[in-house]
Ligand binder design. Structure first.
Ligand code: UN1
Length: 510
């Protein structure tokens, strides 16, 4: 895979590139002068056309035996593995993800392919007993049809693979709309999928901006060209997508934001908790949906935890993504702009304990540009906000940046109540040496994912991934559970008695 020549990126529909559109420059956030790709943003019609093509191609793809589709997924896994470093380098260059994390991200695709390649030989249905003699009941998984997958750019290839791989394996066609600021990474991944044997019509790549995506999706749904929508992104946009799908009686797969809490009990191993808070609060510059939002720490250990956490943050390096860093720049200018407004909320009434690589307390300036020349990259200091209050925006809203709040608690039930308060329900963590508290936390927390003595981020690719409340509609990705998103159950009953046996009426009484 040669990504150095990937200078222009556009929609690819049925193997062809439409020509209309406006130009957007995908820039390296570590060095804004470095243009990664000229991205052509197509009109809403691109999405409709891709869905039209997909509708036709899907009928044929569904006839390909599932084990053969599994072979295609196996090919994809092998190709991604063979191109792991090239793809990771492109991801790092395009969104500033630390190279070590980018390698891990690409590995997540390989893991997903590993998991699903064998599923082609299973996709089990069931045989079910009937209430009547000489009659047999069955269930089958059937593909949903055409899936429109709209993904974010913070995980520009791994999270899309969570949708694409199972959707294709199950016999669906996919129209994929990646984030425009990560379009080059997406195009490189799609290229590998086509090379692996996914037919051109079965996977369409659509590069449009937000409003055109929404318009295109609306039209495609109205024309009954899309049967399932998968969306990873903000809760606000997720609500709009949910509303649109609901009008067509569809239930989308929504993977939205998070304000993920970490409870630290009085008996916790504080060094372990500091490590977990550092990784999940500041890894990927806090731009994971699973990033840590607020530490909820017992008052007996709060001062000590805060001291150690602050020291760890001060010791960490922020900077060039290929260096030995904790995190690099923010993803893109629009994320930097929105993070700037978060910094505006916290300024007036908080003690800001964050620090820079050089150890300067950031209270005076938790703003950009401390690595390299000012203005060259979208770099931000890490910020710890001690003493957040339960009705503060910083406690309630996702920030998607390198900022972590701290709040104290006295009573365990109160800690769980605080953990649930923001109304998101994606990931959560508890650091404790008391198994009773760990289980109690698991029972009471509203999150889809719970870590015990581990960070809120870093989910493995074969457990159900997803959230509740503002984090999603309860749909789950990853592992076998995602099959329920991309197949529908069909039941069959077969009466071989040679007479009409009426269910509920002709049943033998005992
Ligand atoms: C996301 O940020 O959308 O659990 C997904 C994690 C990753 C996935 C994050 N494996 O941190």
């Amino acid at each position: 895979m040669d990504t150095t020549t990937l200078a222009s990126v556009a929609s690819v529909i049925d193997g062809k590139t439409p020509t209309s559109g406006t130009e957007y420059l995908s820039r390296n956030p570590a060095d804004l002068a470095d243009v990664v790709a000229a991205v052509r943003l197509g009109p809403a019609e691109d999405l409709v056309e891709a869905a039209r093509v997909a509708r036709v191609a899907q009928a044929e793809w569904a006839q390909v035996p599932a084990p053969v589709r599994g072979r295609v997924i196996a090919n994809l896994g092998r190709l991604v593995e063979a191109n792991q470093e090239t793809l990771a380098r492109l991801v790092t260059r395009e969104i500033g993800k630390p190279y070590a994390e980018a390698l891990g991200e690409v590995q997540e695709i390989v893991d997903t392919c590993d998991f699903f390649l064998g599923e082609g030989r299973r996709l089990y249905g069931q045989t079910v007993p009937s209430e009547m003699p000489d009659k047999q009941l069955f269930t089958f998984r059937v593909p949903v049809g055409v899936a429109a997958i709209i993904t974010a750019g913070n995980f520009p290839v791994a999270v899309p693979s969570w949708y694409l791989v199972p959707a294709l394996l199950c016999g669906n066609a996919v129209v994929w709309k990646p984030a425009e600021y990560a379009a080059a990474s997406a195009a490189a991944f799609a290229e590998l999928a086509w090379r692996a044997g996914v037919p051109a019509g079965v996977l369409g790549l659509v590069i449009t901006d937000g409003p055109s995506t929404f318009d295109g999706l609306k039209l495609a749904l109205e024309q009954r060209l899309v049967d399932k929508v998968g969306f990873t992104g903000s809760s606000a946009v997720g609500e709009q997508i949910g509303e649109l799908c609901g009008r067509h009686l569809q239930s989308p797969c929504l993977e939205l934001g998070g304000k993920n809490p970490m409870v630290i009990t009085e008996d916790a191993d504080l060094d372990l908790a500091v490590e977990g808070a550092l990784f999940s609060g500041f890894g990927s510059a806090g731009q994971r949906c699973t990033s840590l939002g607020t530490v909820i720490v017992h008052e007996d250990v709060r001062a000590e935890f805060t001291r150690r956490f602050d020291a760890a943050v001060r010791a960490a390096t922020v900077g060039e993504p290929h260096g030995p860093i904790l995190y690099g720049p923010l993803l893109d200018q629009k994320f930097a702009d929105s993070y700037e407004s978060t910094l505006d909320w916290i300024q007036p009434h908080h003690t800001v304990l964050g620090s820079t690589a050089t150890g300067r307390i950031t209270a005076e300036n938790p703003r950009a540009g401390f690595h390299g020349e000012a203005g060259t990259g979208l770099y931000y200091h890490p910020v710890i906000v001690d003493g957040v209050r339960p009705d503060d925006r910083i406690f309630l809203e996702e920030t998607f940046g390198p900022i972590v709040g701290i709040i104290g608690y006295r009573d365990f039930e109160q800690a769980v109540e605080l953990a649930n308060k923001p109304g998101y329900g994606l990931s959560s963590a508890i650091y404790t040496t008391d198994p009773t508290k760990a289980f109690r936390f698991r029972q009471l927390i509203g999150a889809g994912m719970v870590s015990v003595n581990n960070s809120t981020s870093g989910a493995e690719a074969h457990l159900p991934f997803g959230g509740n409340g503002s984090s999603g509609n309860g749909s789950r990705q990853s592992g076998i559970w995602v099959l329920d998103q991309f197949t529908r159950w069909q039941s069959m009953n077969w009466d071989f008695s040679g007479k009409l046996q009426k269910a509920q009426m002709d049943v033998a009484t005992v």
